[in-house]
Design a binder for this molecule. Structure first.
Ligand SMILES: [Zn+2]
Length: 497
């Protein structure tokens, strides 16, 4: 199909910006930016905000503060002391596209600024938190009514963590109870539970800082590919790591890699798919030669944060490189376009009954399969949880489709809200992608959990089919949850959250 561009066609093989290549040995830690709030697809190529800097732990934390401090200068016309450091390039770190957006909001309503103690705000750790807070100070009602939490909520979150191995674990509730910090809280808890902190002699402050950086580098404005999805995948991974077959053979190294990969597997996801990045000539597509573009970016971003945090600085260089390489191999396995490759390999092993978990290579392969299962396990959850995930992912697809239509780009499959419904997408996804994988997983480890997952999968598929039939009978094929919106506006907060 011929693609009609209204925009000037950018040259193919657009060179990767030098500052990206030179940064940390060509690690593309700068963001692919976010689609949401970005008025023009070309800006996805131009907004590669990042900070070139000499990396040290303190500096890393400072960068996160910079955006908030700059805004506070504008907001309160008060000099907020910012430590400066020679060699900084004061570019915006792209994983915070809100910075760009929020500047506009702030400039548009200076009169609404009320008195506030900037000291209080300087205590804030994350940009995301700053944004919530700034809305609050400007008199906007909190979008999340549970934003200000007391000890009751912390207590409830702790109670939930005691059942973190339960397949019915409600990550949405946990995220609310932890004030949007589900990924940090859950991952830290699991590192502690598995004894990884003691075994690897991890500095708890560095670990926490690393996890905060990971959480912040997810785009919270993405309806689906955000830190809650990462927390959900990490929780599922935990359930799989506890399966008897894996539990008795996995080493602390394997568990560490499995949890790290789950937490970082979608890091800095822009909320659009690879084909969008290719057709808008995004530099990440040329950097990774149009192959596993997003997965490569997630991996290299994770490596960037690992190095930045110094979490494993005490390990040998050889071990650190091994860790980075294995992390890459796990994250790259989540590329859904390579699903059949992994599935046939898995099937062949199961047919030959030759998987030997004493073998490090085989254990690594099982970790890859476990991560793949964890990544697409939404339809294997209870209907209440599964339905929320389905709506969120569809919302993200449709938003991409809206942008593609607006700029006369070919609309990607599943992204056209006029042609698709949540139920259709889910039935296809379950039938062709999820079921085949989980059937093999149950062959590998035929446990109560595997059977539970297959059970929910069947029920959810039937549920979507029922909804489809109901729509056909009533003649209503539109879902009010997915009414068309202006593709330039930020998506509304999820109704459930
Ligand atoms: Zn994912």
């Amino acid at each position: 199909m011929e693609v009609c561009y209204q925009l000037p066609v950018l040259p193919l093989d657009r060179p990767v910006p030098k500052h990206v290549l030179s940064r940390r040995g060509a690690i593309s830690f700068s963001s692919s930016s976010s689609l949401f709030g970005c008025p023009d697809p070309r800006q996805l190529s131009q907004r590669r905000g990042a900070i070139s800097y000499d990396s040290s732990d303190q500096t890393a934390v400072y960068i996160r503060m910079l955006g908030a401090c700059v805004i506070f200068k504008q907001l309160f016309s008060r000099d907020v002391r910012v430590r400066s450091r020679v060699g900084f390039e004061p570019e915006r770190r792209g994983s915070h596209p809100y910075l760009y957006i929020d500047f506009r909001i702030l400039h548009s309503c200076p009169e609404s600024v009320g008195p506030v103690c900037s000291r209080k705000v300087r205590r804030l750790l994350s940009f995301q938190r700053y944004l919530h807070c700034s809305r609050f100070f400007r008199g906007f009602p909190p979008q999340n009514p549970l934003y200000i939490l007391d000890d009751d909520y912390t207590g409830q979150a702790k109670c939930m963590l005691e059942k973190v191995g339960n397949w019915n674990f409600d990550i949405f509730l946990f995220d609310r109870l932890t004030n949007g910090n589900s990924l940090v809280s859950l991952s830290f808890h699991l590192f502690s539970c598995f004894g990884l902190i003691e075994f690897f002699h991890l500095d708890m402050v560095k670990l926490r800082r690393f996890l905060v950086m990971v959480q912040e580098d997810y785009h919270n404005q993405n309806p689906y590919h955000n830190a809650v999805h990462a927390a959900d995948v990490t929780q599922a991974m935990h359930c799989y790591l506890k399966e008897p077959k894996l539990c008795k053979s996995l080493t602390p190294w394997d568990i560490l890699l499995g949890l790290l990969a789950a937490a970082t597997h979608d890091l800095d996801h822009p909320g659009v798919n690879q084909s969008f990045l290719i057709k808008t000539n995004h530099y990440l597509a040329s950097l990774y030669k149009n192959t596993s573009v997003l997965e490569n970016h997630h991996w290299r971003s994770a490596v960037g944060l690992l190095r930045e945090s110094g979490l494993f600085a005490h390990l040998s260089a050889e071990d650190r490189l091994k860790m980075e390489s294995e992390l890459g191999s796990l994250i790259l396995a989540t590329d859904i376009s390579r699903q059949n490759e992994y599935l046939s390999q898995f099937r062949a092993h199961l047919d030959r009954e030759d998987l030997c978990l004493d073998d490090a290579g085989h254990r690594h392969f099982i970790l890859q399969m476990a991560l793949k299962c964890a990544d697409i396990c939404n339809p294997c959850r209870t209907w209440e949880l599964s339905k929320q995930w389905s709506e969120k992912v569809t919302q993200e697809f449709f938003h991409q489709g809206d942008i593609e239509k607006k700029y006369k780009l070919e609309v990607s499959p599943l992204c056209d809200r006029q042609l698709e419904t949540v139920a259709d997408i889910q039935i296809g996804f379950i039938t062709y992608v999820v079921e085949p994988l989980f059937v093999e997983w149950a062959r590998f480890t035929d446990t109560r959990l595997s059977q539970t997952m297959l059970g929910y999968l069947g029920l959810n598929k039937a549920g979507w089919k029922g909804m489809l039939q109901g729509q056909a009978v009533s003649g209503d094929d539109t879902d009010p949850a997915f009414e068309e919106n202006d593709p330039d506006t930020l998506p509304q907060e999820s109704r459930e959250l």
